[in-house]
Design a protein around this ligand. Sequence first.
Ligand code: G6P
Length: 367
Amino acid sequence: FLVDKGNFRHFMAKEIHEQPEVVGHTLAHYVDFAAERIVLPDLPFDFRDIERVTIAACGTAYYAGLTGKYWFERLARLPVAVEIASELRYGDAPLAPGNLAVFVSQSGETADTLATLRHAKANGQHVVSVVNVPTSTIARESDVVMPTLAGPEIGVASTKAFTCQLVVLACIAIAAGRARGNLSEDDERRLVRALTEVPRHMTAALALEPEIEKLARDIAKSRDVLYLGRGTSFPLALEGALKLKEISYIHAEGYAAGELKHGPIALIDETIPVIVIAPHDRVFEKTVSNMQEVAARGGRIILVTDPQGAKEATVESLATLVLPHMPASVTPMVYALPVQMLAYHAAVIMGTDVDQPRNLAKSVTVE
Ligand code: G6P
């Protein structure tokens, strides 16, 4: 069938705006809304027997995996190793048979991810894949396929596939938490309700676009941009930096906010925009103190937070983007949107080929 840009200038813009809808579809696949329960396909293993989870992927899907680690560890008390597929495949990580390996891939054809899946299988792992193309090789070779229902993604820089991957990983982590007795039925209800609200919060996030477009003008003038976050906002800082460099060709780095003092602080001056992703969660105070360190050196802060965070952040910032209040379990899905829009508008201003950035391919089927 034909996929067109609709009223959008680029596929990427269209795909960013589709997120409330496709995240809704993906949720509907894993959630019984009436019972407020997670429903997974039948699994050939019991989460109580799993001692360790390995998540492997490339690019943006790897950052989805990094976010998933926080959920598995918190909700299911399962230790997780997140690996870059091309590293795991040639590394010496011992994979004890009977454990779980999760592969995350939009295309389901990424050569390194596929090779790593085969390596995991040969090492006796149960193989679950989170893929957007259900007919793909990775899907076919997995024990269990957990599809993302993002629909065809055309823009080379992944957007809607990423947020759908997050939704699926969160659902698996909740199901694992229940199966392992770490979450009560009430906990599950509460978490499911939070997920159900995600599409609505995403719509609110999209409404920030005019403000973000203005900020992108400032970003487009910069040579380097720094993204900071803690906890589940850390992988989002990495993803924000990746998105910006992929499509605008502006150099960017994502850092765990706590690592600021171990290196990137040396770069801070008044020419560097610092994007701080900081919902008012249990690590918010800590991130505020990192922001103060940036502000003291003249760094220009763009804070992405919620109403409480905006009130309590005692830092002079260039701009504050305020998202709705939401439970900490779902901030990564929603906070991804301003980060994507900032990269998109910076690229449009730079005049790059947004949907087909130079040197990049949508699906990397060679090593
Ligand atoms: C390429 C794409 C990225 C994607 C990565 C992994 O680098 O440009 O957007 O995240 O491959 O692709 P996959 O299909 O495995 O998710």
